[in-house]
Structure formats: C-alpha cells, structure tokens
Design a protein around this ligand. Structure first.
Ligand SMILES: Cc1ncc(COP(=O)(O)O)c(C=O)c1O
Length: 490
C-alpha cells in the first residue's frame, strides 16, 4: 500500500493518508473533533486561519485588534470572549441578529426539532416547514407578494430575484437598472448590479446593466424612456454597504408609478434593511408602496440559521415559472427550505411580533439618532452626519486627510492605505479595546461607522455606546490617532 503524506497544519507534523481500497478500512485522516475545535486558542486559530482560510484578511483583523479575541459565548446584546469580557454588539452581524444572540425561544424550537428527529431536506417530499414559513411571509408581506423561494444567503435570494425579473420581463427586455453604491451580493450574477470596484474585481460581468445615482428619479425616468430593453430595476430600499443611504421620501411613489408606466419590474433588496430593522417589517412600507419582487435574509435566520427568501407578486412569478414546463427552471437548491432553517425562521418571525421588536427598532432607533445628533452638536469638527432609520444607523466622520497634523500623516499611511483619512477604523478599534463596544465598518465609504444592533437593543444599551463615543471623541483626533498607533506597536 502506497502512503501519501499531507502536511498537517492542525497538528504541525506529517500524517499518513492511505488511498482507498475496496474493502480495507480507510485510515482516518488526522481530524479535529468538535471539542478540540471549541478549545483552540487564539494562536492556533491564527495559524489555521492563515493556512486554510484567508491570510490577507488577518491584516485587517490585526489593524483593528480583532485578532486577539476568541469569542466563547454570545447572549442577547453581548459577545463573551475567552477572558470573560462582555462586548456590547452594535455590529449585529451586519444586521443578522434582530433577536440578539441565542434567543431562548429560537434555541428551544431548534432543540425540540432535533429531539423529535425531524427531517431536513425538502426535495423529494413537500415540506410542512417550508410551506408554513412561506405562508407566514405571505401574511406579513403587503399586496400580492405571495410567492416565496427559499435560499441560504442574501446573494442567493437576490440571484433568484434578478432571474425571476429577467424571465418575467421577457427576452426582449434583458437590461437591468441598478444604483451607484449598491450592494446586492458577491455571487457572479448579482455582482453585475453590485457597485463596489473592490468586489467587482476584474471579473467578466454581464453588460446588460444601466447604472444610475441612488434616489435620482429623473435619471431613472430618462433611462426608462430612452431604452425599451430595460426590463427590471434593482434597488436596496436603504443602502447598507454604501454607508446607510436613504432616497428622498417622494422617490418611492414616483418609482412605482414609473415602473407601472414603462412595465419595468421593481426588485426591492431588503436583505439588510428588512425583517424589522427600519422600524417596519420591510423598509418600503414606510412609503406605502409595494415592489414586484423583494428579498430578505440575514435576520430571517434568527441569528442561528442560514435562511433567505425571495418573495414575489404571484402574477410575476407565474409568468416566469408558472407551468410544469417552466416550474423547475429555478426551483429550490439542495438546502433551500431546509427543515431546521425554516422552523428557526418561523419562530423568529413569531418572536419579532410577540416581543414588539419592530416597534422597539423604531423607538430605540429614534433615540439612538437623537443621542448621536447631540454628539454631533458637541463634536461638529469630527462628526459630519448621522442618518438612518430604525436600528440601521450611519455615523459619518469628516475626512481628516487634510486636517491631521503633518507629523502624523506618514505614520497613518504606513499603517494602511485605507486608514489615511478615515477616523472610523481608529474609532472602531478603540471602542473595542477601551470600551468593550463593537461597531461595523463600511467598505464603500471609509468614513462611516455602521450601527446595526439587535432589535432587542434598549435605551440603556444606547447610553453605553454614546458614553463610550463621547469619552473617545473627547480625547480629540490627534490623541485618538496616537492611541491607535500605540496599540499597533504593542
Ligand atoms: C442589501 C444586501 N443584499 C445582499 C447581500 C448579500 O447577502 P449574503 O452576504 O447573505 O450573501 C447583503 C449582504 O450584506 C446586503 O447587505
């Protein structure tokens, strides 16, 4: 028997791997157990991250000091690290944690499902879980948004939405309008309507797209009027990755009218702003309009499951996939509507309403904005703008590339290009290091800190964040930068 060796990065010595033979027992590769995985320390995690996951990403974790932290548990608004330190979570998994971490009702529903040995894969037979979740989503959704497709990521739901729109629009109208600063996912199809140069890389993307400024109704009307091949428009109702951008309130009604007038299908991406985050279940409900297709993900999985859904108007859906001949063109993938994911989402939706979390998002979100505005008034030279809706809030700092004292500029640019004029990296790193508060960053606009806490967030949690920000900003920009630089050389 020939033995081949594979470097064993998990145990740092070589291990023998036997090729398969018909009946001989296979030598088990040197696998880690679940308990060993839980017990890995930061040094070993770093080695494995470098060896097998994403070595380049460690650079950013190191800049922010995130590489020193191992999360052992998470509960409600908090992460708990290896030293028992409680970290207040205003990052919220980019909006995936509407119920907070490990909501007891979600844990209980999942545990019961497992104890009852329920089935997961819903391909051969109809699934009672997928059927019930689709019913719930149709109950929640306004108008005739009744037809549901399940996937396991926001990108997958958006792929389904864009494909449905294209088929419903018909082959003569394959062009899609999308917005500047949009983010709809990184899979190959939706990358064509995602506006970030970083993500678009040098991939060969579809040329059937038309880019317009976000919230510019005149640009959309011009595009629709001048190009009859346009069949769909894809927009986040509130842009997340772009830095928490809202369109003017009057925009949405006009958009609906234009789409009806030109027969263009409107796809509302609610992956980040949906599931109650904005203070309504869907952000478009603030404007009393209904799109033709929408998509939710992130918080739909209650922070425990990878769940996503596309929800479409029945007539649009039927036009595209309504016959036995067309039904399987884009039917669910292997894990679409998986059992435990569906019951997790069903429980999540029930908790959302039972605990009044959508209302809390509106109320606590308004309080958060008001408190941030007070800070803006106190630090007008540091904070440029605060904006958002519900618990989807952006805090934009002035770009300080020109105002930072000359002596500090070279130091900062040596650290990283991205940090040159941006205070958000420094603020985020120091909020975590000195105040145990976690916030999110924004790739497209490096001056914006994103706040997407669980919708269970209380006014007291907001007060903790505001006190931390107040104390940190009170140090002044030069001290903040110096403190950050010191943390890098430690
Ligand atoms: C608005 C929006 N659409 C789509 C996506 C893609 O979702 P996922 O990362 O689950 O694929 C995201 C993710 O951040 C998003 O914010």
């Amino acid at each position: 028997m020939t033995l081949v060796t594979k470097p064993d990065t998990a145990h740092s010595h070589a291990v023998a791997v036997a090729p398969a033979m018909t009946s001989a027992k296979l030598a088990k590769p040197n696998l880690m157990s679940v308990e060993q995985a839980k017990a890995l320390d930061v040094a070993r995690m770093t080695d494995l991250f470098k060896a097998h996951l994403n070595p380049g990403q460690l650079h950013f974790m190191k800049l922010l000091g995130f590489h020193k932290i191992k999360i052992e548990r998470a509960e409600g608004m908090h992460y708990i690290d290896q030293n028992g330190r409680k970290i207040l979570d205003f990052f919220g998994g980019f909006g995936s944690l509407a119920l907070g971490h490990n909501h007891p009702r979600v844990l209980e529903a999942r545990k019961k499902f497992q104890d009852e040995k329920r089935h997961e894969i819903g391909i051969a037979f109809m699934s009672q879980y997928a059927s019930a979740l689709a019913y719930n989503l149709a109950q929640i959704s306004p108008g005739d948004l009744d037809m549901v497709f399940f996937g396991s990521s926001g990108s997958e739901a958006m792929e389904a939405a864009v494909k449905l729109a294209e088929r419903a629009a018909g082959p003569a109208r394959p062009k899609i309008v999308y917005a500047e600063n949009s983010f709809h996912g990184k899979t190959k199809g939706v990358l064509s309507v995602t506006d970030g140069a970083l993500y678009r890389g040098e991939f060969k993307l579809t040329e059937n797209t038309v880019r317009v400024p976000f919230g510019d109704i005149d640009a959309i009307e011009k595009a629709f009027r001048s190009d009859s091949a346009i069949g769909a428009i894809v927009l986040e109702t509130i842009q997340g990755g772009g830095g928490i951008n809202k369109a003017p309130a009057a925009f949405w009604h006009k958009l609906r009218v234009l789409c009806d007038q030109y027969g263009v299908i409107w796809v509302a991406d609610e992956v980040q702003c949906g599931v109650g985050r904005s203070g309504r279940f869907y952000a478009f409900e603030h404007y009393d309009v209904v799109p033709d297709i929408t998509a939710v993900a992130k918080s739909l999985g209650g922070g425990k499951a990878a769940m996503a859904a596309m929800i479409a108007r029945r007539d649009v859906y039927m036009k595209a996939y309504g016959t036995p001949k067309t039904a399987m063109i884009h039917a669910m993938a292997t894990f679409g509507g998986i059992g435990e994911g569906c019951i997790t989402a069903i429980e999540t939706l029930n908790v959302l309403y039972d605990e009044g979390l959508i209302e809390n998002s509106a109320d606590t979100g308004a309080y958060l904005l008001a408190r941030l505005e007070e800070l803006q008034a106190k630090y007008p030279k540091i904070i440029k703008e605060v904006r958002g809706q519900g618990l989807m809030v952006g805090l934009e700092f002035h770009d300080f590339s020109q105002t930072l004292p000359m002596v500090l500029r070279p130091v900062v640019s040596v650290l990283d290009d991205k940090l040159k004029g941006s205070l958000s990296g420094f603020v985020g790193a120091l909020l975590l290091r000195d105040y145990d508060v976690l916030v999110a960053f924004t790739e497209y606009n490096r001056n914006v800190v994103r706040l997407l806490p669980p919708l269970t967030c209380s006014r007291a949690d907001v007060d903790v964040l505001i006190a931390a920000l107040d104390s940190l900003l009170g140090r002044g920009i030069v001290s903040i930068v110096k403190d950050f630089v010191k943390s890098q050389v430690k």
